[in-house]
Design a binder for this molecule. Structure first.
Ligand SMILES: [Zn+2]
Length: 498
């Protein structure tokens, strides 16, 4: 058995190394790679994916996993969980023929390139055939993985174990019922503060300094976390040793980068605090997309858009920022960054209307994967839902259906994680408030005890525990969306004096 475990771990190291290389190439492509290199990169991807595929479905690995699982009571918990995860992944990969797996990687790379160009040139027709390919592959793969389930349920389950359309339909129906009246009341009331200072010119070098300061307040270890600049901010990590966040600076919208940094910083904190015993293991990452989003959105919105945090950070913003901020009070700043307004762009949306952006994508994905909506009809369906849920007219596809990168990367079933994550965060806050003086700490800029609380209940476990187990660990109860609804209702009633 000892020998099997040794060989198993050796095999995992090899897979980890390929994953690492793949990840670095991805990061490079998103940040500094010249556009003209994409064909060459596609060739490299094809070679590496084939090797990764072989490693994942290798008969040796299968043998180790089988033996470990047969003796599951004799091996340590980490090894057992690794074998379980690998077993699931192998079964998933094995069900896809190798040629299709490799062809899919190439299609994904092509789609991503086409999307970048299509977004800049407002040319949905350029992206459409690529998207269609990805939708077809995805539907096919979902059928391979579990032919007895609705394909979209199969996809949801990959991002969040056990999540189904039935659960999400109920979740979104509750949000619609409880929050739509609040959205309407806010629109009726209109702006409560002049927020023009958010559009004052804030030089990029100074915004970079603000980013450094924000990462410092968030207690992010810069020895293990860098910040890069991209069109569409994201976080990536290769282990807890190497986490990379990114942002996008706009000279006349500094809050946009500020909240990207706090959001991605939340993702980074999670990865940076994974337990040392699993740091190079396949278990050494976030447990699910929703749990990850619960952390990024917790820091971005619950902490980052709270009045105590803003009162604390405002002097720094004033120190780096434009003159227009000199006389702005913390309260006005708080009102300004919590302004709610139905709008076009998801990533810029306020907390209250945000879930509606997700609902729209959820409805559309569901239909695309079910085959009841054709890719060519997607822009029209998108625009119709934006009118229906948010009352806004979409002027072009760049600001509409082409705005997000997710579908170009083949991520279908991911979007609901954002809304679900926000809701998890609100529920965690309730328990955290009972354990530690959250707002007193935030007012003093002392976020360490908050990070420690989250590390103890969530971060350290990586993928050792399943998402629903983590929720129970953190919240001492199963998921309940009412905390989120109450949190939003209270906050916007206060901000808008409803
Ligand atoms: Zn995120």
């Amino acid at each position: 058995m000892e020998e099997t475990i040794r060989k198993f771990k050796e095999h995992l190291n090899k897979m980890q190394a390929y994953g690492h290389a793949f990840g670095i190439l991805n990061y490079d492509a998103e940040t500094v790679m010249p556009k003209g290199a994409s064909e060459h990169l596609g060739m490299t991807y094809a070679v590496l994916s084939e090797e990764m595929y072989k490693l994942t479905v290798s008969p040796e690995l299968k043998g180790y996993v089988k033996e470990i699982l047969e003796h599951r009571d004799e091996v340590d918990y980490i090894t057992r969980r690794e074998a379980e995860e690998l077993n699931e992944e192998m079964q998933r990969t094995e069900k896809i023929p190798m040629e299709e797996y490799v062809a899919y990687q190439v299609a994904q790379n092509d789609a991503s390139n086409a999307w970048h160009t299509a977004k800049v040139t407002n040319d949905f027709a350029l992206f459409a055939p690529h998207l269609e390919k990805l939708v077809n592959y995805t539907r096919k793969f979902a059928g391979y993985w579990d032919p007895d389930k609705a394909p979209y349920d199969v996809l949801l389950d990959q991002y969040e174990k056990g999540l189904t359309m039935e659960t999400l339909d109920g979740f979104f129906a509750l949000l619609r019922k409880e929050l739509l009246p609040v959205v309407e009341a806010v629109v009726k009331k209109g702006p409560v503060v002049d927020d023009s200072f958010l559009r004052a010119r804030f030089s990029l070098p100074k915004q970079r300094k603000l980013s450094d300061r924000l990462m410092e307040v968030m207690t992010i270890d810069r020895n293990h976390c860098t910040i890069g600049e991209v069109e569409h901010p994201f976080t990536t990590n290769f282990s807890k040793d190497d986490v990379r966040i990114t942002t996008h600076y706009h000279e006349k919208a500094f809050a946009s980068s500020m909240y990207s940094v706090i959001h991605e910083g939340g993702h980074a904190l999670y990865e940076l605090h994974i337990g040392d015993d699993i740091k190079y293991s396949p278990l050494g990452g976030g447990a699910s997309m929703s749990i990850h989003e619960s952390q990024s959105r917790f820091f971005e919105n619950i902490i980052g858009r709270s009045e105590p945090f803003l009162a604390y950070i405002l002097p720094d913003i004033r120190r780096f920022g434009p003159r227009a901020l000199k006389d702005v009070s913390a309260h006005d700043f708080y009102l300004a960054v919590n302004k709610s307004e139905p709008s076009l762009i998801r990533t810029e949306a306020d907390e209250l209307t945000y879930s509606f952006h997700i609902m729209i994508r959820y409805e559309l994905e569901k239909q695309l994967i079910a085959g009841t909506l054709q890719v060519k009809d997607l822009p029209e369906a998108w625009n119709r839902l934006y009118k229906e849920y948010l009352g806004v007219d979409v002027p072009n596809d760049t600001m509409g259906v082409l705005q997000d990168s997710h579908w170009s990367g083949g991520s279908f079933g991911y979007f609901p994680s954002y809304a679900l994550g926000s809701a998890y965060g609100a529920q965690m806050l309730k328990v955290m408030e009972r354990d530690i003086p959250v707002w007193e700490l935030v007012a003093k800029g002392e976020l360490k005890p908050i990070v420690n609380w989250l590390t103890e209940r969530i971060y350290q476990y990586g993928c050792l525990l399943k998402p629903n187990e983590l929720i129970v660990k953190a919240c001492e109860a199963p998921f309940d969306p009412h905390y989120y609804v109450d949190y939003l209702k209270n906050k916007y009633t206060e901000v808008y004096g409803l």
